[in-house]
Design a protein around this ligand. Structure first.
Ligand code: 5RP
Length: 274
């Protein structure tokens, strides 16, 4: 993982919310990062997830992402629904999320019933300074992208290790129709990727994943290029529907990053066309 805090201060990212403890103390952050234990990583995930609960309002249709960070959010949501006596309808992005939410008594529905989602909360594997993402470490990126696209607001929650200068250290997950494996592998190599089949893994849609390392100079171009290969269902680059807000956990503190309107072309959001 790239460990560079500086990207928080680049154009287009609101760095004013940097926790005071970390303000102007980058060397301290670097030190704390290199020493970071799994425990502090879990705490960072939990802190960012719990902060996202502040954005949840009574009556919302809520996109529920997938992964270990989102798990903290969903657990917190279960408590918030009871404590605050609010009504929430969740739209899960995976079978794992659906099961977790059901166990916590969270009401669920589908995009068919609710094609417009008020808020989507999801994790990410990498986040660059323009809020482009790589997702799909859990193999759920196809549904996650569909749900993000249907959402009025998209919040990404993440521990600090997910912040990178440029995407590409994490291989891009590419969900494909299984019979096209050999063809897609060749095509991915053709466009500069180093593809590797994810072993013993099937997506919720019954497909397979090819994790593909790329040097990513232009995330938008690459997202389109990969998706234009016959047999590809979707890939884990999110360069079109990027989040409005990224909540980054640093131990028990968070930084809330707001996307500035001028940093990126308008998101392609399906709900606008409904
Ligand atoms: C699943 C995802 C996850 O959001 C992503 O992998 C981050 O997961 P975690 O919070 O466990 O690090 O895209 O498909």
């Amino acid at each position: 993982m790239n460990q560079d805090i500086e990207l928080f201060d680049t154009k287009g990212v609101d760095s004013t919310a940097l926790p005071s403890k970390f303000r102007d103390q980058r060397s301290r952050i670097e030190v704390s990062r290199t020493k970071s234990s799994n425990r502090s990583l879990e705490l960072s995930k939990k802190t960012s997830a719990e902060k996202a609960l502040d954005y949840v309002r009574d009556g919302m249709i809520l996109g529920l992402g997938t992964g270990s960070t989102v798990r903290y959010f969903i657990e917190g949501l279960g408590g918030k629904i009871k404590d605050d006596n609010i009504r929430i309808t969740g739209i899960p992005t995976s079978i794992a999320t659906k099961k977790l939410a059901e166990n916590l008594g969270i009401s669920l529905s589908s995009l068919r019933e609710h094609p417009v989602i008020d808020l989507d909360v999801d994790g990410a594997d990498e986040i660059d300074s323009k809020f482009n993402l790589i997702k799909g470490g859990g193999g759920a990126h196809t549904m996650e992208k569909i749900v993000a696209n249907a959402s009025k607001e998209f919040i990404v929650i993440a521990d600090y290790t997910k912040i990178v200068k440029e995407l590409g250290n994490f291989p891009v997950p590419v969900e494909i129709y299984p019979d096209k494996l050999r063809f897609v592998i060749n095509e991915l190599r053709e466009i500069g990727g180093s593809p590797k089949l994810r072993e013993n893994f099937k997506t919720d849609n019954g497909n397979i994943i090819i994790d593909t390392k790329f040097e990513i100079k232009n995330p938008e171009e690459l997202e389109d290029r990969i998706n234009s290969i016959s047999g590809v269902i979707d890939n884990g680059i999110f360069s079109k529907r990027i989040p409005e807000i990224v909540i980054v956990g640093y131990g028990n503190e968070v930084k809330i990053l707001h996307r500035k309107k001028w940093t990126k072309k308008a998101n392609s959001r399906n709900y606008r066309r409904l």
